[in-house]
Design a protein around this ligand. Structure first.
Ligand code: FES
Ligand code: FES
Length: 445
């Protein structure tokens, strides 16, 4: 059992959790805080949403020991001296309370949004609730309730400070040396865990045991976004939310924020990390084409080696990469190219919470009004993300017909398949369409 110290609904709490218990399990089963529900158990519905340090998080995708040292709010904590929170009152007023499964998570996701942006408009509310599903389709009343609460004059309560953590370092190493030493000792038995948005879904499916995971999000050397020499460095434990908020990422990897913005809902973006996305090695990962389109290099380290791998050589196939069992992804370096432009577009089954059928990222730099560097990368159209060098050459050469030619040639540079999400032919056609739109978007920006 592991000691976990946290602030829960503004009270200090110490508890003991098994190494394979999720936060959701401890909240519901041990603490009897049953407002958080288990719907999908895979980060797709938001019914288990809680606030961790003020951010909406799916508690089904977080281990209990990862809550050590954090401040957590559940729906039970919203009552203030017997009064409901304005959001709860607004949900009742507007008829937004339709079932007990989805609404607690909806209210908490809305609270995270309004605490951050008290005057959020309808569009921001839609995005803020994109990680929460309502199967009875009562969204109109739910949005109306959040709009009403957004205009409520009541003040936000101060966050209680998070306590210092007490989980043993064997589950939460604090330094890179500790983490790689642990991997070196048991490379075939343990696996790093960051946001958990992929690996805990695999655990739910039974392909990974939760007991073998150890949390690397406490390792300081894996955090940060920094300009280092000629490069922009992004730490492996940087979340999608952090990348979206970074001016440096927008400047030097201009397609990356748009890719981060379509990864899951806010709960997933608040937890999912760049390093986790790479380690998972999905050909449909949305951030990866943008890294191809930025000439990124992946930094890997183990006890015995340190190596840099160009992103184009990192992946070997679906779920396979050159990452060895004793290696950790430390971060990604992206050359700081002055004036670089970029765009990312994708097609999914729907706008939010969908895996891409096809995605395109472009990066373009100009000199004297002419392209001097062009990258085109595509996802979900081959066993790994791929570059399209012939389309790149055509765009580099320029000319009145370049865009049309690139749109046609890119269809020959990919190898899509028929699967549950789409057909080979549709993917091929849409790759060309998306490329044209992405180039226009990047160049007209
Ligand atoms: Fe559906 Fe956690 S139970 S996101
Ligand atoms: Fe639960 Fe709509 S509020 S299904």
């Amino acid at each position: 059992m592991l000691d976990v110290a946290l602030t829960l609904n503004r009270r200090p709490v110490r508890l003991r959790a098994r190494s394979d218990q999720r936060l959701l399990d401890v909240l519901r089963d041990d603490l009897r805080l049953t407002g958080a529900k288990e719907g999908c158990g895979k980060g797709e519905c938001g019914a288990c949403t809680v606030l961790v340090n003020g951010q909406a998080v799916d508690s089904c995708l977080m281990m209990a020991y990862q809550a050590d040292g954090t401040s957590i709010e559940t729906i039970e904590g919203l009552l203030d001296e017997g009064r409901m929170h304005p959001l709860q009152e607004a949900f009742i007023d507007k008829g937004g309370v339709q079932c007990g499964i989805c609404i607690p998570g909806m209210v908490l996701a809305a609270k995270a949004l309004l605490d951050r942006d008290p005057s959020a408009g309808v569009e921001a509310i839609r995005h803020g609730l994109a990680g929460n599903l309502c199967r009875c389709t009562g969204y109109t009343k739910i949005f109306a309730a959040v709009v009403q609460a957004a205009t409520s004059p009541r003040q936000r309560r101060a966050q209680a400070p998070a306590p210092s953590g007490s989980t043993p370092r064997s589950f939460r190493p604090r330094t890179l040396d500790e983490a790689i030493e642990m991997l070196a000792q048991r490379p075939d038995e343990i696996r790093p865990l960051a946001g958990g948005t992929d690996v805990l879904v695999q655990a739910k499916d039974g392909t990974v045991g939760r007991g073998i995971l150890f949390d690397v999000t406490g390792v300081l050397e894996l955090h940060g976004i920094e300009e280092r020499g000629d490069d922009l460095w992004i730490g492996a434990a940087t979340t999608h939310t952090e990348m979206m908020a970074s001016a440096a990422v927008a400047q030097f990897a201009p397609a990356l924020p748009a890719a981060c913005a379509v990864v899951g809902g806010p709960q997933i973006r608040n937890r999912g990390t760049l390093g986790g996305n790479l380690a998972n090695a999905s050909p449909a990962a949305d951030t990866v084409p943008t890294l191809y389109a930025a000439d990124a290099v992946v930094e890997l380290v183990s006890v015995s080696s340190r190596r840099d791998v160009p992103i184009t050589e990192f992946f070997l196939g679906p779920r396979r990469s050159v990452l060895a069992r004793d290696e950790l992804i430390v971060g990604v370096r992206i050359p700081r190219r002055p004036g670089v432009r970029g765009a990312f577009l994708r097609l999914g089954q729907r706008q939010a919470q969908a895996i891409s059928k096809v995605s395109v990222a472009v990066g373009i730099a100009f000199r004297d009004g002419r392209p001097e560097w062009v990258r085109v990368a595509l996802g979900s159209v081959a066993p790994t993300v791929v570059r399209a060098p012939r389309a790149e050459q055509i765009l580099l050469a320029g000319g009145a017909d370049a865009l049309r030619q690139a749109r046609e040639i890119v269809k020959e540079e990919i190898a899509p398949i028929d699967d549950l999400r789409s057909t080979r032919e549709y993917r091929r056609q849409m790759a060309g369409v998306l490329l044209e739109r992405a180039v226009r978007k990047a160049t007209e920006a």
